[in-house]
Design a protein around this ligand. Structure first.
Ligand SMILES: Cc1cc2nc3c(=O)[nH]c(=O)nc-3n(C[C@H](O)[C@H](O)[C@H](O)COP(=O)(O)OP(=O)(O)OC[C@H]3O[C@@H](n4cnc5c(N)ncnc54)[C@H](O)[C@@H]3O)c2cc1C
Length: 412
């Protein structure tokens, strides 16, 4: 069944390549392999293709970033691995496809492109392209194992609905592309990439949740947990990487784009440095306020630049609420440092349930950055988030999925 979705069993090996996962990278790879004349079968465990695309960007899919730079916006044990593919398939190549399908989109900020209507537009586009390229997509086909055999690979696949007796079938294929993604959104994800790497004794960069909200430690929870909903434009620094964006207080901890970005650099036990007032030279500004408004209370002055609720929570804890005239130089400098370099030590992260991506993955040492073929397993390929390449927040992860999928397809 071309370019369509059904759940009927298929055991023969009538395909040149099996792509595991009908997500962003898998569909992209399948489309371009199909366009090259290959017979492509995509096996997807879920009931729908592109489920992560559908929930992305708040349902509007931040499908790329116009300014994606392989050397600036990606984390990996080998930060050079993504350069080749990102140069060969740029954001503008994907934008061309979006334009060709007449999909309306807009730049939200910082080069981030979102659909005007719905992420469904992107999934529909990919499925239309897949149909046009003669790709077969089978849903509710979960691959549990990929084994090398003579002349290719054998995949163990379970099919069927939960309410039916599921069947396990063996598919054979000369080439296999592992496009099963990372561990975020556990309801959709699977650990197939990690299990396959283990079974084939491939190196893995240990995974952890990234682009993820950070949780309170006990003392901050007591002081700040009732600030849920307060948002503030600030600068967050983790391991020397600084992000200037919104920070959001939640009942579990800190979230918002600045925190999500910094979370990818944060490691357990470390502190983040948060500048709550990045536009002010705090020691200078406080001194100016002191001479201009000596009778004003400190909290009154701080409320001109910070949310009232935040100042109320801090008063008495982070500073004594004196009149400015009574503030000593030491107290002024201490407050400037507290507000400008708040050392926030998270208790942890919210985990894969709310993480957008997985940091880590199968080591890129195991694969060619040009072809995406495994160095020790000919005709086995891996693309997208299954590999140890993680983008920043802002459309960078989809751009990696499109680029790796496209480039892999050129070598199948
Ligand atoms: C809530 C959320 C919002 C996001 N928003 C954005 C955004 O706006 N912009 C952005 O750039 N990135 C965003 N991301 C990240 C982005 O979705 C991923 O980086 C991207 O989808 C990775 O593409 P992939 O093809 O590697 O994996 P996926 O798109 O996750 O696709 C993997 C597919 O493989 C299937 N699969 C898994 N295991 C098996 C198996 N054993 N057998 C068969 N099929 C299997 C899965 O069901 C899935 O369909 C978001 C992620 C989340 C969780």
């Amino acid at each position: 069944m071309n370019g369509s979705s059904d759940a009927s069993p298929q055991t023969s090996s009538a395909f040149d390549v099996v792509v595991v996962g009908a997500g962003a990278s898998g569909l992209m790879c399948a489309i371009h392999a199909g366009r090259r004349g290959l017979k492509v079968l995509v096996l997807e465990k879920g009931p729908k293709p592109g489920l992560k695309i559908l929930v992305s960007g708040g349902g509007r899919c931040n499908f790329t970033n116009m300014w994606a730079e392989p050397t600036d916006h990606y984390l990996s044990a080998n930060e050079r691995f993504c350069i080749s593919a990102m140069r060969r398939y740029s954001p503008w190549d994907f934008i061309d496809m979006v334009n060709a399908h007449g999909i309306a989109y807009h730049e939200k900020k910082l080069g981030q492109l979102f659909c005007d209507h719905s992420a469904q537009d992107i999934v529909d586009m990919l499925l239309a392209e897949a149909a046009d390229a003669g790709v077969t997509v089978r849903l509710k086909h979960e691959v549990s194992r990929i084994q090398p055999i003579s002349g290719g690979y054998q995949l163990s696949v379970s099919t069927g609905n939960k309410d039916q007796a599921g069947q396990t079938q063996a598919f054979k294929s000369p080439s296999v592309v592992l496009a099963s993604g990372g561990l975020s959104l556990p309801k959709i994800a699977s650990d197939l990439a990690f299990r396959t790497a283990d079974a084939l004794q491939m190196a893995v960069v240990p995974p952890c949740p990234a682009l993820v909200p950070l949780t309170w430690n006990n003392s901050d929870r007591e002081l700040l947990a009732n600030l849920t909903g307060v948002a503030i434009d600030c600068e967050v620094t983790s391991r020397g990487q600084t992000f200037r964006e919104n920070l959001l207080f939640t009942h579990r901890g800190l979230s918002g784009p600045a925190i999500l970005q910094a979370s990818s650099y944060w490691a357990e036990g470390e502190s983040l440095s948060i500048n709550l007032l990045p536009d002010l030279q705090l020691p200078v500004w406080l001194q100016e306020q002191q001479s201009q408004r000596p009778r004003a209370q400190l909290s009154t002055v701080l409320k001109t630049v910070l949310p009232n609720r935040l100042v109320d929570a801090m008063a008495g804890q982070w500073f004594d609420d004196l009149s400015l005239a009574d503030l000593s130089t030491d107290q002024r400098l201490q407050l400037a440092s507290q507000l400008g370099q708040w050392a926030f030590k998270p208790g942890g992260t919210e985990g894969y349930r709310t993480a957008e991506v997985t940091l880590g993955g199968i080591s890129t040492d195991e694969f060619s950055s040009k072809t995406f073929e495994a160095r020790r397993y000919p005709r086995l390929f891996a693309i997208g988030e299954a590999l140890d390449v993680t983008g920043w927040l802002g459309g960078y992860n989809f751009q990696w999925a499109w680029a790796s999928g496209y480039c892999c397809a050129q070598h199948l």
